[in-house]
Design a protein around this ligand. Structure first.
Ligand code: MG
Length: 310
């Protein structure tokens, strides 16, 4: 279906709203309005993005402005749950996870609530995209955040439960969706009656897929929730969540290394395959259930190295 995206000012969007009044439909979450004419459907989002989609989108779009080129904006970046730019400086919750690509160790998800007056403090503490920070630095900042009593909620999916859910047919995406949902729910309870201006999840799946995962478990998406890829580089709340999640993951990995008496490497690599093989040698296959995500290809490779298969 042909589509055109425009980026328009608030005034322009309000003008459109008046213009399309006879054609309004129910407004989806995150949108200012939605309308349908004989040419196309029109959805205007709070971010100022307006999506024209249908038979002849240009017939409507041309009335309002020049299209955002495909090179400057991927269509997938435009969905009803994209946050308005104003959110980054408002009091909001940010949520991110760690450990999803690591063979050893749990998945950790943390949501953090940052009030607008705390942004400068977070900048002073060095809160930024955790991918650019060392684990040592992350642990240090996480401690500072806790000392400053930043409200947060951390949920950990340990390996035994992870493997159980995986066998039950849960995708990692569904696990992540439910973990984010729980972290956010816990945090909303914690800060109640205070309400955030919005909630931003570092996007790992299309919002409709996230919502579907929740539905299959009878859960409903929270109000004013937004999704954005690489959100930790836009939102200090997501960056704070990311740091807490990563610090917890590192801490859990240290515990597992202590428990097994072996240095368990992070990530997934040849080094990880070999560590898994030594673990099988030392404790047998069943130990992997407690310390690893056993459906990863690493398990097969480790079995071969350990001589369980040839
Ligand atoms: Mg993330």
């Amino acid at each position: 279906m042909p589509q055109i995206v425009l980026k328009l000012s608030n005034e322009k969007v309000m003008e459109m709203l008046r213009h399309y009044k006879p054609f309004l439909k129910s407004t989806p979450a995150g949108a200012v309005f939605s309308a349908k004419t004989i040419n196309c459907s029109i959805t205007a989002y709070k971010s100022g993005k307006v999506l024209f989609q249908g038979k002849n989108p240009e017939m409507e779009a041309d009335k309002w402005g020049k299209a955002v080129g495909p090179s400057s904006e991927k269509p997938s970046a435009v969905h009803a749950f994209h946050p308005p730019a104003s959110l980054y400086r408002q009091s909001h919750i940010g949520s991110d996870e760690a450990g999803t690509g690591d063979y050893f160790g749990p998945i950790t998800v943390a949501a953090a609530y940052i009030r607008s007056e705390q942004f400068s403090l977070l900048e002073e503490l060095g809160v930024k995209d955790s991918k650019n920070l060392t684990d040592e630095k992350i642990k240090k900042i996480a401690k500072e955040l806790i000392k400053e009593k930043i409200p947060y909620s951390l949920v950990i999916l340990h390996n035994e439960k992870y493997n159980r859910l995986q066998r039950k047919g849960w995708s990692q995406g569904k696990m992540k969706a439910m973990l984010h949902h729980h972290a956010i729910r816990n945090l909303l309870e914690k800060i109640s009656p205070e309400k955030p201006q919005g909630i931003l999840v570092d996007q790992f799946a299309e919002p409709r897929i996230y919502i579907n995962h929740l539905k299959t478990e009878g859960a409903k998406i929270q109000q004013d929730i937004y999704f954005q890829t690489k959100a930790e580089s836009y939102s200090l709340a997501v960056a704070a969540g990311s740091i807490i999640a990563r610090a917890s993951f590192v801490n859990e990995m240290e515990k597992l290394s202590q428990k097994t008496g072996m240095e368990l490497p992070k990530g997934a690599s040849k080094k990880v395959d070999e560590a898994a093989a030594s673990l099988i040698d030392k404790f047998g296959m069943s130990k992997l259930e407690e310390v690893a995500k056993v459906h990863f290809a690493t398990t097969k490779k480790a079995e071969i190295i350990a001589g369980y298969e040839s």
